[in-house]
Design a protein around this ligand. Structure first.
Ligand code: 5GP
Length: 187
């Protein structure tokens, strides 16, 4: 049995990565395991520890960096986010295709370490639509919304670093396209 594929998906905050992911991640043909990140961000109302993220203190996060436990990490709008390495390695060694849903700085670290990783960037149909989606989440104060939007514009400059770009106009279509791309790479 070969080692599983490493799949990196990025896209600006609010683009709908989670919605798209939920539509393909359980397709048995794709044999995907989702890597749960560690973050110092506070959980949103619908988020659960150990399911959406491992929610940790800054002290715990800095300790994980110092112990070289993270495959990659980045600071994003005031909080740390990172991928615990041991879990990713274990799943890939078991032949699972491991999906990382991470922002652009972390994705660049992964692609440098693993050039064979399959990288996909999800773009919104327009910036207006992205702003609408971020606002409809109603979870963040105005200053953070503005910061996330500015960040989104900067992030979209980096799409040429990714192997594929998929537009999330329609979540089902975006998910179908991503499934096709992954199948091409695992078969
Ligand atoms: P959110 O706060 O909206 O859940 O996530 C903010 C950004 O951090 C998103 O772009 C998300 O993909 C990214 N992110 C989530 N987990 C990780 C991680 O482990 N590493 C990095 N570099 N980014 C992450």
């Amino acid at each position: 049995m070969g080692k599983g594929l490493l799949i990196v998906i990025s896209g600006p905050s609010g683009v709908g990565k989670g919605t798209v992911r939920d539509l393909f991640v359980n397709d048995p043909e794709l044999n995907i395991a989702y890597s749960i990140s560690m973050t110092t961000r506070k959980p949103r109302a619908n988020e659960r520890n150990g399911v959406d993220y491992f929610f940790v203190s800054e002290e715990e996060f800095l300790k994980a960096i110092a112990n070289n436990e993270l495959l990659e990490y980045a600071k994003f709008v005031g909080n740390y986010y990172g991928t615990p390495r041991a879990y990713v390695d274990k799943l890939r060694n078991e032949g699972k295709n491991v999906l990382l849903e991470i922002e652009v700085q972390g994705a660049q670290q992964v692609v440098e370490k693993c050039p064979q990783a399959l990288s996909i960037f999800i773009i919104p149909p327009s910036l207006e639509e992205l702003e609408h989606r971020i606002r409809s989440r109603k979870s963040e104060p105005e200053a953070i919304i503005q910061e996330r939007l500015q960040k989104a514009i900067k992030e979209m400059d980096l799409i040429s670093h990714y192997k594929y770009v998929v537009c999330n106009e329609d979540a089902q279509l975006a998910s179908d396209l991503i499934s096709i791309i992954i199948k091409r790479h695992i078969n």
